[in-house]
Design a protein around this ligand. Structure first.
Ligand code: F0G
Length: 441
């Protein structure tokens, strides 16, 4: 491991996974990697990974462990896997038209075992906690990390402690943590407040911190980008667009892209762009207002509760990959998020609100000319539609923005709303509705 700021290379990380010398984040680096070495022959690696897709071995069946040559070593007896990864890449024809691009795909990380992208990092970090003989793991979360951690802890016979902001996470995510057996604490604060308590806790108790400051999480999450390149026959798209919350995911995908290029698995870099909700935009402001020189924490607010984060831990890592790949940072409004989410749904795919910032951001990047109509674009959808059904139902009933400052702007979403119809149990009534719908279609 190496510190991203001062370059110190500690043999092991402390409980908070921060550099003992300067307090910044740690990352894995691989000094032995050189392109052209027999171990890293690109063609041989690609063939090996493809061959594993037909294997009956649990590690090979995981879309994370299948790529273990590009990850730190963890002995097999410690591996906790739910066969995560292996997520589909979908074409989005209607969304492409809405955004004004010809070639648009979504890599749906919501199709993981606990229905979010967190599983790819969690399998790896939970396995490392198991290797470290921890009996407790813990995280602060806006919901998805806690659901994922609780599942992997249960599978690995470890106890899990979840700190979540009271009333600020969706029921779907909370119910997962409960069912998977986590000790769940709803703290009267926001996500950033939960992080502060957790950081103090790990100094006093022997629990393994499984937030994305844990560099094992980042390593596992790299595999989404590796798998994506394999699905595209190792022909990189022009753009990859990700939501930005705590900024671990963008850091991981960017790290994977840079490493794949170093190992000559790909010949050029896609531009990695990061989209934030306007009400939770500290990274956007850091880049646009301060040239990335500092990040001012803020009180965050957005209906996309997964990314309701005011002080993102991995902002320096994300900045580095943004600059290295030539990506852009954008912010989108609440209504833009809701519209984009319904459009992704209308393509038969669906996602949770935080994932939809990617399409909303793409539209802005198209309008600004950063994305050209003929360029190939991949959106990373981070969570499943069913994670937050409340948002979806309120949107379709027209309740989401009722009585809020966004009410006027929300008129543009009307054509996407499909409120359920309450009818008598009468055939004639249903046929009349069907006929009317046919006439309008
Ligand atoms: N999308 C979803 C669905 C998320 O749950 C998160 C983060 C993000 C995007 C942002 O990813 O933090 O790596 O930039 N959720 C965390 C959690 C914070 O606790 O579940 P990021």
């Amino acid at each position: 491991m190496r510190c991203i700021a001062c370059g110190a290379t500690p043999d092991s990380a402390g409980q908070n996974f921060r550099c003992a010398a300067c307090g910044d984040l740690l990352e894995f680096f691989f000094p032995g990697w050189t392109a052209g070495s027999p171990v890293f022959d690109p063609a041989a690696l690609k063939a090996l990974w493809l061959k594993r897709r037909t294997s009956r071995d649990a590690l090979d069946q995981s879309g994370v462990w299948r790529f273990r040559e590009l990850l730190p070593h963890i002995p097999e007896q410690h591996v906790i896997t739910l066969r995560e990864g292996n997520t589909p890449l979908y074409r989005l024809p209607r969304c492409a038209r809405a955004a004004g691009v010809e070639n648009l795909h979504a890599k749906h990380q919501g199709m993981n075992p606990t229905a979010s992208f967190k599983d790819t990092g969690m399998t790896f970090a939970a396995s490392s906690a198991h290797q470290g003989k921890f009996s407790w793991v813990a995280c602060a979360s806006t919901g998805n990390t806690s659901a994922s951690m609780a599942a992997y802890a249960a599978r690995g016979n470890m106890h899990s402690l979840v700190l979540i902001p009271e009333g600020k996470i969706s029921w779907g995510k909370l119910s997962q943590a409960l069912d998977y057996g986590a000790l769940t604490c709803q703290l009267r604060t926001d996500f950033d407040g939960c992080v502060r308590i957790l950081n103090d806790l790990v100094r006093q108790k022997p629990v393994c911190l499984l937030n994305s400051v844990n560099p094992y999480r980042i390593e596992g999450q790299k595999t989404a980008a590796i798998e994506l390149m394999e699905q595209l026959a190792w022909e990189p798209p022009d753009h990859i667009i990700v939501p930005g919350g705590n900024l671990g995911n963008s850091s991981a995908i960017g790290k994977a892209l840079l490493e794949m290029r170093e190992l000559k698995l790909i010949s050029r870099l896609p531009k990695l762009s990061i989209i934030q909700a306007q009400g939770a935009n500290p990274f956007y402001r850091s880049v646009r207002e301060f040239g990335g020189k500092k990040l001012e924490p803020m009180t965050a607010d957005t209906l996309a509760t997964a990314i309701r984060i005011g002080s993102p831990a991995s902002w320096k890592k994300a900045l580095r990959v943004l600059q290295a790949t030539g990506g852009e940072v954008e912010q989108v409004t609440e209504v833009e998020i809701a519209v984009a989410k319904a459009e992704i749904g209308a393509d038969g795919i669906g996602c949770e609100p935080a994932s939809a910032v990617t399409l909303a951001g793409l539209k802005k990047l198209r309008r600004s000319g950063f994305v050209k109509p003929g360029e190939a674009v991949v959106l990373i959808l981070t969570g499943h539609l069913l994670k937050d059904p409340d948002f979806t139902i309120k949107f379709h009933r027209g309740d989401l923005f009722a009585g809020t400052p966004e009410e006027t702007e929300a008129v543009q979403a009307k054509h996407l709303q499909r409120a359920p119809l309450a009818l008598d149990a009468d055939l004639g009534a249903v046929i009349a509705i069907l006929d009317a719908a046919e006439k309008n279609s």
